[in-house]
Design a binder for this molecule. Sequence first.
Ligand SMILES: NC(=O)c1ccc[n+]([C@@H]2O[C@H](COP(=O)([O-])OP(=O)(O)OC[C@H]3O[C@@H](n4cnc5c(N)ncnc54)[C@H](OP(=O)(O)O)[C@@H]3O)[C@@H](O)[C@H]2O)c1
Ligand SMILES: [Zn+2]
Length: 320
Amino acid sequence: MKMMKAIQIPSKGEKMQLVEIPVPQPGEGQVRLRVEACGVCNGDSMAIGGAASEYPRIPGHEVIGIVEELGAGSTKWKIGERVGIGWHGGHNHVTGLTIDGGYAEYMVAYEDSLSSIPDELSALEAAPLMCAGETTFSALKNSKARPGDLVAIQGIGGLGHLAIQFANKAGYRTAAISRGSDKETLVRQLGAHLYIDSEKEDPAEALQALGGAKVILATAPNAKAISSLINGLGQDSELIIVAGSGDQLELSAMDFLKGPNTVRGSFTGQAKEIQATINFSVLTDVRPMIETFPLERASEAYDKMMSASTRFRAVLNISE
Ligand SMILES: NC(=O)c1ccc[n+]([C@@H]2O[C@H](COP(=O)([O-])OP(=O)(O)OC[C@H]3O[C@@H](n4cnc5c(N)ncnc54)[C@H](OP(=O)(O)O)[C@@H]3O)[C@@H](O)[C@H]2O)c1
Ligand SMILES: [Zn+2]
């Protein structure tokens, strides 16, 4: 039996472990991928924190791989094609949560959950676009912002650093909100026109001084910090939350009436939206800034992401 290396969460609450397990076989409508790269997203904390449907579970939902074997009835992809998969695993599955994900040398995926990865992108560059990229691209694309509008991105990590680039390329006046000043130089290089250090000034007041933001995209998983942002909106504007915080927001009715303004969430999309993100990124030269780790060091990559010290997305280099 052919074996593979994988990072597994053995059971609820246990730490991730490097294991040798059999290479999975694709079922009906599935393909097997030889995984080249997998991004490390804050969303992986669900499987790692005990929320997977069953254990052992292999996390990872920013996966790029080469189609290696076709399951029964699979006709959409050819062997040798490079494809990617994000959060939505097809057939109501979540990659890395209800089915095994990409922290492994091989994985199986439903063929209709995959997007095509063009040669312009390396596997390592493409991986973060599967979730971090698509989530922020679609949130901004479907927002009220129009070219020239003030758009603020709060939290500069995996999602935020891509959002800054998308906002700049879409022609928005782009403001970054981050804790401290250490990310300023890099974030300006990525396209932020303005930098707001939330440790030095109140971000909402800073945005009001600039005329009020049309859109604020909250990527930092901290309910208190997100709540305070609403006062940075202008008129007929929106606070869009992509960050996954379980804590209560603190908002008054007056906060909404002032604009009047909207607060809403935006959730990561399907293969079609991922494909649109890839196409826009190739067209406008948006690329993630990444730190790469071998599969064996997935735990270190995850811890670094959780401490917000990655610049800016950790990607596991599995076989690129
Ligand atoms: N909506 C969706 O579909 C979707 C998709 C993917 C991810 N997510 C969620 O989006 C969030 C960001 O994911 P990510 O992968 O970008 O994470 P990440 O790389 O860890 O970045 C999050 C950033 O938020 C800031 N931050 C972190 N903890 C904070 C705290 N306690 N208070 C204030 N700011 C804090 C940090 O930026 P600064 O140091 O610059 O302040 C950090 O770099 C997570 O909650 C994730 O679960 C949602
Ligand atoms: Zn994610």
